[in-house]
Design a protein around this ligand. Structure first.
Ligand code: NDP
Length: 316
């Protein structure tokens, strides 16, 4: 390591949240000089070799002329990829088993919410109706997961352990014990047509934008449900609302939106059949996230090897 080589933390988090990350990262990497970009004097920008980022303003990274690589503290990096097409330093996403655990917990929790008919019982209570929804066992319920990466595969396993019949879809063909793994256009159609609950855990790329549109909803089982934990623009919101109105889709749990925070004026807040969540399905745990980033940086310092980075040709 060059004595002057620095690490910059580049985020749009609050000062308090940045301070938490700085304390954890400095504790994990005591040899390193880690500074928030907010407090880095402009004349020191050229000495930054590694940026640790959390949903940064892409323009902020362009103020660091000698960056060798970027460690993201988030799993999704689509904004960096889309807004900095000329950006060449490798971008390493956060791949943290604790994040996968958090997301798989959310997949299970909101699958139970739909499977055990909680939206229907909330409506019955409001109407003072004593109505029992039909019984079904978990093994009669098919859950289709779009995306079998770090988060999708962990969610698939968790649901399968709880007896759900799990299908998964990815770009390359996977083989996961007990899970029906699909790929390609036929696989997409099969997953949609067989699933009672579809969970989206795809990255946002040029090929996934608008993937869940009117045609896709038309291929889903009548009265199936959708959970979107990935990114808002993967779902065509107008088509989703039309499918809900037509009762083609029974319910949608949305954790991510085209615009976040969801504007107070958005009709989604009150649309029948939609549960709105404020992007909470897969929180990064700063303690484990800092350790993952530190391990990648330590390995780079020791061996010169950068951890597996985003493939810019496919966008994830
Ligand atoms: P990965 O990159 O590990 O996995 C992505 C999966 O999607 C892979 O299985 C990949 O296929 C598949 N895929 C990508 N493009 C296509 C395509 N065109 N057709 C079919 N399959 C495709 O990502 P993660 O699992 O770590 O994260 C997924 C997303 O979750 C993130 O990009 C982020 O947007 C979102 N996220 C949301 C959070 C929240 O709190 N709401 C928190 C964290 C992440 P293959 O395996 O063949 O490459």
């Amino acid at each position: 390591m060059s004595k002057t080589s620095k690490i910059a933390l580049v985020t749009r988090l609050s000062d308090a949240a940045e301070d938490t990350w700085l304390a954890l990262l400095r504790a994990a990497l005591p040899q390193e000089d880690i500074q928030s970009l907010r407090h880095l004097p402009a004349q020191e920008a050229a000495s930054v070799e590694i940026a640790i980022v959390a949903n940064p303003d892409p323009a902020a990274l362009q103020t660091l002329p000698n960056l060798v690589w970027v460690q993201s503290l988030w799993a999704g990096v689509e904004r960096l990829v889309a807004e900095l097409p000329q950006f060449t330093p490798p971008i390493v996403r956060l791949i943290d088993p604790q994040l996968a655990r958090n997301m798989s917990e959310a997949a299970l929790a909101w699958t139970y919410y739909l499977f055990r008919d909680m939206p229907a019982y909330a409506a019955h209570q409001r109407a003072r109706d004593w109505v029992q929804e039909p019984y079904r066992s978990a093994r009669e319920v098919s859950v289709g997961i779009l995306g079998l990466g770090a988060l999708g595969a962990a969610s698939a396993r968790r649901l399968q352990e709880q007896d759900f019949n799990v299908l998964g879809w990815s770009r390359s063909q996977k083989s996961l014990e007990g899970i029906t793994c699909l790929s390609g256009e036929d696989g997409f159609d099969t997953l949609l047509s067989r699933s009672d609950i579809v969970i989206c855990l795809l990255p946002l790329t040029s090929t996934t934008t608008g993937l869940l549109n009117a045609a896709a909803f038309g291929r889903m089982k009548q009265s199936a449900a959708l959970i979107n934990f990935a990114r808002g623009p993967i779902v065509d919101t107008a088509a989703l609302c039309a499918a809900l109105d037509a009762q083609q889709i029974k319910h949608a749990v949305l954790d991510v939106f085209d615009q976040e925070p969801l504007p107070a004026a958005s009709p989604l807040w009150t649309q029948a059949g939609i549960t709105v969540l404020p992007h909470i399905s897969g929180p990064t745990d700063p303690r484990t996230g800092a350790q993952v980033a530190a391990d990648n940086i330590r390995k780079y310092r020791e061996t010169g090897t950068i951890a597996q980075s985003v493939d810019l040709t496919v966008g994830y």
